[in-house]
Design a protein around this ligand. Sequence first.
Ligand SMILES: NC(=O)c1ccc[n+]([C@@H]2O[C@H](COP(=O)([O-])OP(=O)(O)OC[C@H]3O[C@@H](n4cnc5c(N)ncnc54)[C@H](O)[C@@H]3O)[C@@H](O)[C@H]2O)c1
Length: 323
Amino acid sequence: MKLKDKNVLVTGAAGFIGSNLTDKLLEIGAEVIGLDNLFNGRIENLEEALKNKNFQFHKGDIRDINFLLDILKDIDIVFHEAAFTSVPQSVKMPESCNDVNVNGTLNLLNAARKKDVEKIIFASSSSVYGDTPTLPKKEDMPRLPISPYGVSKLACEAYMQAFHQVYGLKTLSLRYFNVFGPRQKDSPYSGVIAIWLGRIINNEDLIIFGDGEQSRDFTYIKDVVQANLMAAEYDVSGEILNVGAGSPITLNDLAKLILNLTDKKNLKLIYTDPRPGDILHSYADISKAKKIIGFQPEYDQEQGLRDYFIWYCKKYNVNLKIN
Ligand SMILES: NC(=O)c1ccc[n+]([C@@H]2O[C@H](COP(=O)([O-])OP(=O)(O)OC[C@H]3O[C@@H](n4cnc5c(N)ncnc54)[C@H](O)[C@@H]3O)[C@@H](O)[C@H]2O)c1
């Protein structure tokens, strides 16, 4: 399916990933409706999109079925990014996490089937794998999530597959691995890169939960957006695909790389207690996404970090030397 001239809904459009995806969809000529309850998203993320005549924003909640039935009237394809996204907050408030992620997603699927939506692409997460020792993570491995957030994403994947089987709705789940880039918030619950960038700008030492030897597959936002477009364009459904950079880095190495890139080798790494619900190691085997939708990440971690930091300094008028 070509996305040009298609009617597209992005849930969570004012968030980090949703707003980047919205901008790209508009750039390639789709008609986009953005939906967000602004719980965590920011309208300023849609500053550019709101200037485009092919974009409309609706403030609302995915748990409101009547709102969804109205919005989905003429929609061909849905990119479902809206979620309760914080792992530590999900440990504190599992019911709220379940309500937004599971009930909200089920609502969206029901509304989509009633309104004859063609396809839904769901933002799942590497957290569904939990702390199983086998690396890299492959889609058919056992899934043993250790946080309520991970459990909720796993339940949504199962709903995506069930709606494909039972109602013939085309669905696809993309398991994102630690996404970073422009518009990521530097709040206590967002990705470590955004938090560290905020600290570097203030000349503050970097804080690491645990011993820093935990590894992650940090994936640049532009590659995640690209994976979504491919997932929509290829005639494939009922599948679950890993979307990652496919190259792990420990937090200690990441911190050194960032301090080098920003010329802040004087800053120290401060180690503190590990956080409950955090997994130790995670990186993606991306061969299935390569085979099924032709996904190939274009950014390695260093290129992604440089692109992100340059964007940040320009946007917020920050004077930081980027090596
Ligand atoms: N950022 C990552 O590293 C990462 C990794 C794996 C999966 N994901 C998934 O990708 C998606 C996007 O994540 P993000 O990093 O952009 O997070 P984000 O918090 O920036 O975006 C989520 C958006 O959903 C909105 N939202 C929350 N509850 C809502 C509701 N009930 N109704 C309508 N809107 C609601 C928020 O206001 C926010 O704008 C999420 O589903 C997340 O779970 C993200």
